[in-house]
Write a protein that binds this ligand. Structure first.
Ligand SMILES: Cc1ncc(COP(=O)(O)O)c(C=O)c1O
Length: 463
């Protein structure tokens, strides 16, 4: 196909169909540093580079689709979180966002702890040398086997999520002759997403034990009675992609209220409080995330103020950012396969991956940006929808974004901010093979999770 404009593009902003987009950017070749990994730039030929390597070379050597992860950016973000909270607090990277052995080693080297929520994540963490006492084990339905392995390994804390689990963990710890450090995850009635939070009526969910109706207080009563448990603190996680700190303010107020009740009833001041993760990142230029040092300052001030008011010693704070560390560090590199202009609507651009490598758009109506990365273009902006190759009409990667109207099959496009909850939620739908994760740093590319092969699929299918 020639690089001429498609019949349906360009579209002028005042005749655009309804959608989740702003007006086309002034220059489609500019890469907003807010949404791209730190070392991303264009070279003299207009080809995008990351970690000193251009995307054409990466596509030739590793194929498409691939997740391309900027190691220097990952380490810098991990270090920024660690530094922002300092020695009197702990940062647990939430492994659910993306976990691999290389990532575990980087976290270890940068002084972070790790939150895991399954036997598989625990095995990955331990096999890459994360000291067990720096691991927190989460989950609303940990199996007996998983609990046993975690206690045997010596994990630093297990976060208890139900009344059954309080007894289960205590029993297994006693069987193993151990006293397990635990926190209790409570729900404080706050639900926070992006710019809004709801301060009441969010007990209707599977995680945690509700503060309302005295259930959390009863859980504490039971945990304090059991010899197999050492209750070290209370845990609260209020949501995801949060920009506004007021949800944390309400959560901290309620958690500290519980700590005060515990002190009054049992004469015990619990030494730790975990405020979970959920801090937002920029998926598009419209998002304005806060810096780790601002978040650390705000959370520390909130907890200190609440504790002073309750006449409690300020507990050691921990947080569990996942997305905020890994999210911005990676982009997904795709090759354009087909281009379908729909007159009066938009142009459908099909890539060689889709909902199997990024389910977030289909699952959460997530918004992403996209750019042509194998060259620059002076063509007019074309309203595009980037879709995958799956047998599902909801197989959308980027709902509405502008790409140059001369886009053609064979071009490489990239979707930034796919480091979190993309590879970790990837599937084999339609027996599509899960892409590799390629870490780039200082001119070198290293596969840290290899591409799945058809042999991998057939090995699982035992006939
Ligand atoms: C308990 C807990 N901690 C931390 C996280 C990480 O959240 P995020 O990646 O949004 O920071 C989650 C995410 O679901 C969670 O449930």
């Amino acid at each position: 196909m020639s690089r001429s404009a498609h019949p349906a593009g360009p579209r002028h902003a005042d005749v655009l169909p309804e959608g989740h987009y702003s007006a086309p950017p002034a220059d489609l070749n500019t890469l907003d540093p807010k949404v791209w990994a730190q070392t991303v730039a264009r070279d003299a030929d207009g080809v995008v580079t990351v970690g000193g390597i251009d995307v054409k070379t990466l596509a030739e050597q590793h194929g498409t689709p691939s997740y391309i992860l900027d190691e220097a950016d990952f380490r810098a973000r991990a270090r920024a979180w660690r530094g922002a909270f300092g020695a009197d607090a702990d940062v647990f990277y939430a492994g659910k966002a993306f976990l691999s052995r290389a990532v575990v080693r980087w976290l270890h080297e940068e002084g972070l702890n790790l939150d895991v929520c399954s036997g598989g994540e625990l095995a990955t963490a331990l096999s890459a040398g994360m000291p067990a006492d720096r691991i927190a084990f989460h989950g609303n339905n940990k199996s007996v086997e998983e609990i046993r392995r975690a206690i045997e390994a010596g994990v630093g804390r297990i976060v208890l999520d139900s009344f059954q689990e309080i007894v289960r963990v205590a029993h297994i710890a006693q069987e193993l002759g151990k006293r397990q450090r635990v926190q209790i995850r409570i729900t404080v009635g706050v639900e926070a997403h992006t710019h809004e939070f709801i301060a009441t009526a969010h007990e209707d969910q599977k995680f945690g034990i509700p503060l309302a109706g005295g259930q959390a207080a009863e859980a504490v009563r039971r945990a304090l009675r059991l010899d197999g448990l050492e209750l070290i603190g209370i845990h609260s996680h209020i949501g995801s992609q949060i920009f506004d700190m007021s949800g944390f303010e309400v959560a901290a107020h309620r958690v500290v209220g519980l700590l005060k009740d515990i002190r009054d009833e049992h004469g015990v001041e619990l030494p730790e409080i975990d405020l979970g993760g959920g801090l937002g990142i920029a998926y598009t230029s419209d998002d304005d995330p806060r810096e780790p040092h601002e978040i650390a300052k705000a959370l520390t001030e909130i907890v200190t103020r609440e504790c002073e008011a309750a006449r409690l010693r300020t507990p050691r704070i921990s947080v569990e950012p996942g997305r905020a560390i890994v999210g911005p560090t990676a982009f997904t590199l795709y090759e354009v396969g087909t281009i379908k202009p729909l007159d009066g609507l938009r142009t459908y651009v099909s890539v060689d991956g889709g909902m199997s490598d990024n389910i977030r758009t289909a699952l959460y109506d997530a918004e992403y940006s996209v750019a042509l990365v194998s060259r620059t273009s002076d063509a007019e902006p074309m309203l595009a929808r980037v879709v995958g190759k799956h047998c599902e009409s909801g197989d959308i990667v980027v709902k509405d974004a502008f790409l140059p109207a001369d886009l053609a099959p064979g071009d490489l496009i990239a979707v930034p901010a796919t480091g979190a909850y993309c590879r970790s939620m990837a599937s084999n739908y339609n027996h599509v093979l899960r892409p590799p994760v390629v870490a780039v740093n200082d001119g070198e590319a290293r596969v840290i999770v290899r591409r799945e092969t058809e042999e991998d699929l057939l090995r699982l299918d035992v006939g």
